[in-house]
Design a protein around this ligand. Structure first.
Ligand SMILES: Cc1ncc(C[n+]2csc(CCOP(=O)(O)OP(=O)(O)O)c2C)c(N)n1
Ligand SMILES: [Mg+2]
Length: 576
């Protein structure tokens, strides 16, 4: 059996159903081997329009399904185009597996045509990378890649294969089909569930005056929605989330306050400021969630961490007051904590604390949900869309103000239905991730809530959606500007607006039609409603352009490096 066939056969045996990518000289033999697998409906091959789109599609597939998403690219420029997508997946713990073709072994290191040192390039933006050296090792490394991508803290893996391996004949008797029990060069971090630490955490939470749970992406990957709600109920503890943690808790769960952070909801940030003990589950607490660590230190908070990755715990413990921790998958860690809380029993009366949190919520909702009649309001656009989509519809986003509006206003009800680039903040994620999500979950409606700038970065993949009949809907919040950057220039660079505005000529409707997709121009909420219903009914890829005022702000926000005490909730610049 040739190396190329061995790769295709391995993927089939591992249950891989779809690969997003673009062929070229160095992965062509792999594609050639896939011909039979495609003909037999074993594996679907989806031709993207740029490799960044292939990585994001694999990422969207993984985030929507929890299964690894596969992409492939040729050596040199093809593999290099994956880089942004791989980093995006790594920062958000998404199990993307990239199979990259490489120049032949004999050409390595010789500045050969389309040679790039992919292991070197991706080493720091993936969980693991391997360059396979012998064709018979292909099954082992594909299997390892899947295990590494999924175990512990999930993340992307690259398998780089010199193309001469594809043509090598492998003695079938020598093939290690591999039972998946051993790894070369990889060991998971061990769990650390210290009963004393668990008990201490439980006691801190029981005795807290104002406990709060802060939920991050780990709660989605785990998944741990049930345990989060059980513990919140037991302790009468409100919940806030990071941007990525949003989809771990149904938005209408009464103890959920919303997304906190730099662009988080004011009531969530207020609750965080007031809390005395914060249980952090599956969140690494980046500077987007806690922009200024003085907010933790000055308020004398006590933190308890549950995280599968001990390096996160060590890192956070070096500058934050971490009182206790559990190194484990969020669900497992929470179950331990639930047991301990049950055993210790009795707790404080939390009615005062809960009343305060509800007051915050009510107060700020009067501020957010206003309509000055100038153009369409982002919150009303979101509401219009939400009213039409079923609870289990999957939403993706680009990066910018529209993403922050989605963070604040989009109501998520089910895990894995809100896919956004959190850690890397990668513009262009929305459309290809939607394509990947729709391929993973064809039974669900998938909508990309995008910005005009972000959409234009990867909209070429509309061609893929049309050719492959992947009916995703992109709603473009068209403010004719790179809005979030413009906002920072406006508020914090003395209104020196530069290099952000987009001219009037780009026509999103014609652009959609040029790809063979449906294009709608929504001038009102009613137009939007009709267009969205139409797009769903037609079951075709569609773009709905929604005009938004150029200076519509993403609020609340903070001054750069600011504290939650300096939240800007109202325009222009009045602090709360
Ligand atoms: C690939 C990439 N380039 C640049 C940025 C910096 N950036 C962050 S938000 C933003 C503006 C996004 O514009 P748009 O997609 O139109 O969204 P809006 O803010 O207008 O809603 C830019 C340029 C980024 N996050 N990603
Ligand atoms: Mg914009």
């Amino acid at each position: 059996m040739k190396g190329s066939k061995l790769l295709a056969e391995t993927l089939k045996r591992e249950g891989v159903k779809v690969i997003f990518g673009i062929p070229g000289l160095s992965n062509m033999a792999f594609y050639d081997a896939l011909v039979e697998y495609v003909a037999n409906n074993d594996i679907r091959v989806i031709l993207m329009r740029h490799e960044q789109g292939a990585a994001h599609a694999a990422d969207g597939f993984a985030r929507a399904s929890g299964r690894p998403g596969f992409c492939t690219a040729t050596s040199g420029p093809g593999a290099l185009n994956l880089v942004t997508g791989l980093a995006t997946a790594y920062w958000d713990n998404s199990p993307v597996i990239a199979i990259t073709g490489q120049v032949p072994r004999s050409a390595l290191g010789k500045l050969s045509f389309q040679e790039a040192d992919i292991p070197g390039v991706v080493a720091n933006i993936t969980k693991f990378v391997v360059q396979v050296r012998n064709a018979e090792d292909i099954p082992k490394w594909v299997r390892n890649a899947i295990r590494i991508a999924l175990t512990g803290r999930s993340g992307p893996v690259v398998v780089d294969i010199p193309r001469d391996l594809f043509n090598e004949e492998v003695d079938e008797n020598k093939i290690e089909w591999f039972d998946g029990t051993s790894f070369n060069g990889y060991r998971e971090f061990p769990e650390v569930i210290d009963p004393e630490k668990v008990k201490k955490a439980a006691r801190l939470l029981i005795e807290a005056e104002r406990p709060l749970m802060l939920v991050g992406a780990g709660a989605v990957w785990s998944p741990a929605t049930e345990e989060i709600i059980t513990l919140a109920e037991m302790l009468r503890m409100p919940i806030v989330s990071t941007l990525l943690g949003k989809s771990a808790i149904p938005n209408d769960y009464p103890l959920y306050i919303g997304m906190m952070g730099y662009y988080g909801r004011a009531e969530a940030n207020k609750a965080f400021m007031d809390a005395d003990v914060v249980l952090v589950v599956g969140a690494r607490l980046s500077d987007r969630t806690i922009p200024n660590i003085r907010d933790v230190i000055d308020t004398k908070k006590k933190l308890i961490l549950i995280n599968i990755d001990p390096t996160d715990i060590y890192k956070l413990s070096s500058y934050l007051p971490v009182e206790s921790y559990i190194v484990a998958d969020v669900r497992k860690g929470l179950r331990e904590l639930i047991k301990a809380v049950n055993m210790l029993g009795s707790q404080k009366d939390r009615s005062e604390w809960l009343r305060k949190v509800i007051e915050y919520k009510e107060y700020y909702s009067q501020i957010y949900y206003r309509d000055d009649g100038k153009g369409l309001k982002p919150w009303k656009i979101m509401k219009t869309i939400r009213n039409i989509l079923p609870r289990d519809a999957i939403v993706t986003t680009g990066v910018g103000s529209h993403q922050m509006w989605a963070g604040v206003f989009w109501e998520v009800f089910e895990p894995r239905t809100f896919l956004t680039s959190g850690g890397m903040g990668t513009m262009g994620f929305g459309l290809p991730a939607a394509i990947g999500a729709k391929v993973a979950r064809p039974d669900k409606i998938v909508v990309d809530l995008d910005g005009d700038g972000s959409f234009l970065m990867t909209m070429n993949n509309l061609g893929t959606a049309v050719d492959e009949n992947i009916p995703v809907i992109a709603v473009v919040f068209d403010n004719r500007t790179l809005g979030l950057v413009r906002q920072v220039q406006d508020l914090f660079f003395n209104k020196r607006i530069i290099a952000v505005d987009i001219g009037p000529a780009t026509d999103f409707v014609k652009l959609a039609q040029g790809f063979g997709a449906l294009g709608f121009d929504a001038q009102s909420y009613e137009d939007l409603e009709i267009a969205l219903k139409n797009a769903i009914r037609e079951n075709m890829p569609a773009v709905i352009r929604v005009p938004v005022q150029r200076d519509e702000k993403a609020l609340p926000t903070l001054p750069p490096g600011g504290s939650f005490r300096e939240m800007i909730v109202n325009e222009p610049g009045g602090s709360d």
